[in-house]
Design a protein around this ligand. Structure first.
Ligand SMILES: [Zn+2]
Length: 195
């Protein structure tokens, strides 16, 4: 992150790997053999969406019970009341490679089942230092579809009042995405920084 760049921002790191053709499994970053590695994408400014702002209003800044109306992932407006705690934080992936916009409400062409939707790990510890507060939201997809899958766009889903909302949305690798073979992986790290 650039020094002096204050505010609230979402960073994104995506690492895609196919199984190693020699060893038959997916290598980690520290393995000496790196065959199967597809690429890494790092963005300092991932796109945060309307629903993410709504949860901040509802949970951090709401001083009355005035509801905020937000489209859920079916594009149906739902009310966010004060203290609308969220649950079921998911990272979701789709094959679409259309450039995301702020008004997006769902993933593009979601990949089937657990290959395209995983529970996220939210780091419960905020990193405190003198310049910012940071926490991460992470998850790793495994392509279990049985055939090649294009991981083109990813996002964060959360549930509030039984409805699901998208909080962030971005392409993984421009207009091409990552074409991942069976049993390959896509590791996703969102980093939220407030400074
Ligand atoms: Zn290998």
């Amino acid at each position: 992150m650039s020094a002096g760049l204050g505010g609230l921002r979402i960073g994104l790191k995506v690492v895609a790997r196919n199984p190693c053709p020699d060893h038959g499994f997916v290598h980690t970053e520290t393995d000496s053999c790196q065959k199967g590695y597809l690429g890494t994408t790092i963005k300092e400014h991932d796109m945060g969406l309307y629903a993410f702002a709504a949860t901040l209003i509802a949970n951090a800044f709401a001083t009355n019970n005035t509801a905020t109306s937000v489209p859920d992932i079916t594009n149906t407006n739902r009310s966010f009341n004060a203290n609308s705690a969220v649950s079921a934080i998911l990272i979701v992936a789709g094959s679409g490679v259309t450039t995301p916009t702020f008004g997006d409400y769902q993933i593009q062409t979601q990949i089937a089942s657990s290959s395209g939707s995983i529970s996220a790990t939210v780091n419960p510890t905020i990193t405190n230092n003198t310049t910012n507060g940071t926490f991460t939201i992470t998850g790793t997809f495994t392509n279990s579809t049985g055939s090649n899958a294009t991981y083109g766009n990813i996002g964060i889903y959360a549930t509030a009042n039984t409805f699901s909302f998208m909080f962030a949305h971005d392409l993984t690798n421009g207009a091409t995405g990552y074409v991942v073979s069976p049993a390959g992986t896509v590791a996703v790290t969102y980093t939220v920084t407030i400074s």
